[in-house]
Design a protein around this ligand. Structure first.
Ligand SMILES: Cc1cc2nc3c(=O)[nH]c(=O)nc-3n(C[C@H](O)[C@H](O)[C@H](O)COP(=O)(O)O)c2cc1C
Length: 315
């Protein structure tokens, strides 16, 4: 991959997936802009252990862009002030795009776009509370009758955001249909600050196409990175030694980060995706999936992985 392309890639916040082990696997391929999963501002300033744990990192997992969600400007201010002195956090990203019902019901995520005044206050309070970079991740709007992305992006810029990220689907769409890249172009043409495009980038060719078609300053990739270390290469999705070593390293990092017990459990979904994504149509994955769900220990998990993938190397 050309030096300049990797420098423009951002790995998306993915709740339940983009933990420190996963981020380190992505960093191995040279990605520089790496995001945490979303972290609750309420949980942070109240020091809830499960929330503050989301900020922990393994060595090498920096600089980290931390994504925060919430609906109260004051809570953003308190949470951001608390993490201001953590050196490995380089940037605060405000989640204004999450369409999940539980998040919207609390007035957070994409619900902020339905209340641009509140969004403005949150960006302004965050800006005031930190010297770090501030970015905002936006969707197109609530639904096709309310596409207010441009208005919201301008508000973010006016309130001091350094970057906006655009995932041009409506909240109602969730992840269905296709993202409308023309909206990324529209925002890019209207704003002075950098605009990062996001949505349906499945490979490096798509990333280059997004840059060219929209003029955006960077490309964020989400789902296409899960169980897919091939993303960063132009080779096909074949199993080779590098692939197997990457999967085993991912398990080892998970063990290091969570301990053996939680570590193997956290790996299950990743290990299913690693097999799902490979390009070997005749291979029966069913018993592998069952085995991964029933390993019971990290040692057994490693054995299941080795005995499934090793015979497939260089097929
Ligand atoms: C399982 C999952 C979890 C996600 N978690 C978050 C999140 O915590 N914060 C966020 O802003 N977006 C989240 N997203 C949205 C992604 O960051 C991204 O915007 C979306 O998947 C579109 O990009 P893609 O087509 O490259 O996947 C999540 C998406 C998925 C599928």
């Amino acid at each position: 991959m050309s030096r300049s392309l990797i420098d423009l890639l951002h790995t998306a916040p993915l709740a339940g997936l983009s933990d420190s082990p996963f981020r380190l696997i992505n960093r191995k391929f040279g990605v520089k802009y790496v995001y945490s999963e979303m972290v609750s501002v309420e949980g942070l300033w109240r020091k809830h252990r499960n929330t503050t744990n989301l900020l922990k990192i393994l060595e090498g997992d920096s600089p980290l862009i931390v994504q925060l969600f919430g609906s109260k400007p004051d809570s953003f201010s308190k949470a951001v002030s608390m993490i201001e002195d953590i050196d490995y956090i380089s940037e605060i990203n405000i989640n204004s795009g999450c369409p999940v019902r539980k998040v919207i019901r609390s007035g957070s995520g994409s619900a902020l776009m339905q209340n641009p005044g509140l969004m403005a206050n949150i960006v302004a309070e965050t800006r005031k509370a930190t010297k770090k970079k501030v970015s905002v991740k936006l969707r197109s709007g609530k639904d096709t009758d309310c596409i207010n992305l441009l208005e919201c992006a301008k508000i973010c810029q006016n309130e001091g955001a350094d970057v906006v990220i655009v995932h041009p689907r409506t909240a109602v769409q969730m992840f269905s249909g296709l993202s409308d890249w023309s909206l990324i172009k529209e925002v890019k043409e209207a704003l002075k600050i950098p605009v990062i495009g996001n949505g349906d980038v499945l490979n490096l060719d798509d990333a280059e196409r997004m840059l060219k078609e929209t003029g955006c300053d960077g490309v964020m990739i989400g789902r296409a990175l899960v169980g897919n270390p091939w993303f960063f290469t132009k080779e096909g999705k074949k199993i080779n030694q590098i692939f197997l070593d990457t999967v085993l390293e991912h398990i080892a990092l998970s063990k290091q980060f969570y301990g053996s017990d939680k570590g193997y459990k956290m790996m299950k979904k990743h290990l299913i995706y690693y097999a799902k994504n490979m390009d070997l149509p005749g291979v029966n994955r069913k018993s592998y999936y069952e085995d991964i769900c029933n390993t019971g220990s990290i040692e057994n998990e490693i054995e299941v992985v080795k005995s499934f993938f090793s015979p497939l190397i260089n097929l």
